[in-house]
Write a protein that binds this ligand. Structure first.
Ligand code: HEM
Length: 195
């Protein structure tokens, strides 16, 4: 992996992963890491007959890597998915159409899908944000014509507060006074699209 996954060596802090491979083989920190990786792969293979357990193992392994700072994400595991077959083929002396080689590629591929999903959830919206967005949208848009009213004030607010936004519009004259804009059907169309 260290030889085949770009920049993987730079991610380790508990041992010097940039030593020669011979030195690494004698390094206690490296050997400890090897045990962890082998253990992690073992936990996946051992749970293959138990989908719930397999999912839990995949999620745990994904969360562990995503939570490192800096996180270890698909930028490392995708190259691993692309190349793991080569290791299997060389080590087991099987060809690249073999069931073994394909199965390992698929296992890492499955892991990558879990990793991607968790990455999305992590950079996505927390439950707290979700609630705050939902309730404030309700407040902003209730009442007669609430959506349109909020839309007009939001777009006018943007025009007056965000540099150069106003000048981007060409289908109506964005430099009219606010009151004239409010009466301009093309401006109102823009409001509806924005909101
Ligand atoms: C399928 C392959 C892999 C498995 C099964 C695996 C498994 C593990 C496990 C079990 C740990 C220990 C987690 C803990 O301390 O709780 C770990 C740590 C770590 N893994 Fe992986 N790993 C894999 C591939 C990779 C790759 C491709 C990278 C690329 C950078 C990576 C980077 C790390 C790092 C930086 C740590 C933290 C080491 C430390 O304690 O400083 N792993 N890995």
């Amino acid at each position: 992996m260290l030889d085949n996954v770009p920049n993987m060596r730079d991610q380790f802090t508990k041992f010097n992963a940039c030593q020669s491979n011979d030195d690494l083989k004698r390094d206690a920190g490296f050997l400890k890491q090897v045990q962890k990786i082998i253990g992690g792969l073992g936990s996946l293979v051992d749970s293959l007959n138990d989908p719930g357990q397999l999912q839990a193992s995949l999620e745990r392994l994904a969360a562990v890597h995503l939570n490192f700072i800096p996180s270890v994400s698909v930028e490392f595991f995708e190259p691993l998915e692309r190349k793991i077959n080569i290791f299997i083929e060389q080590t087991l002396r099987v060809d690249n159409n073999s069931a073994e080689s394909k199965a390992w590629t698929r296992l890492i591929g499955t892991f990558n899908r879990v990793l991607k999903e968790q990455t999305l959830q992590q950079i996505g919206i927390s439950d707290r944000d979700r609630k705050a967005l939902g309730s404030s949208r309700k407040l902003l848009t209730t009442g007669e014509d609430g959506v349109r009213r909020t839309g007009i004030s939001l777009v006018l607010w943007m025009f007056n507060n965000i540099l150069n936004v106003r000048d981007r519009f060409t289908r109506f004259n964005p430099n009219q006074p606010d009151d004239a804009l409010k009466a301009d059907p093309k401006f109102l169309k823009q409001v509806d699209v924005t909101i």
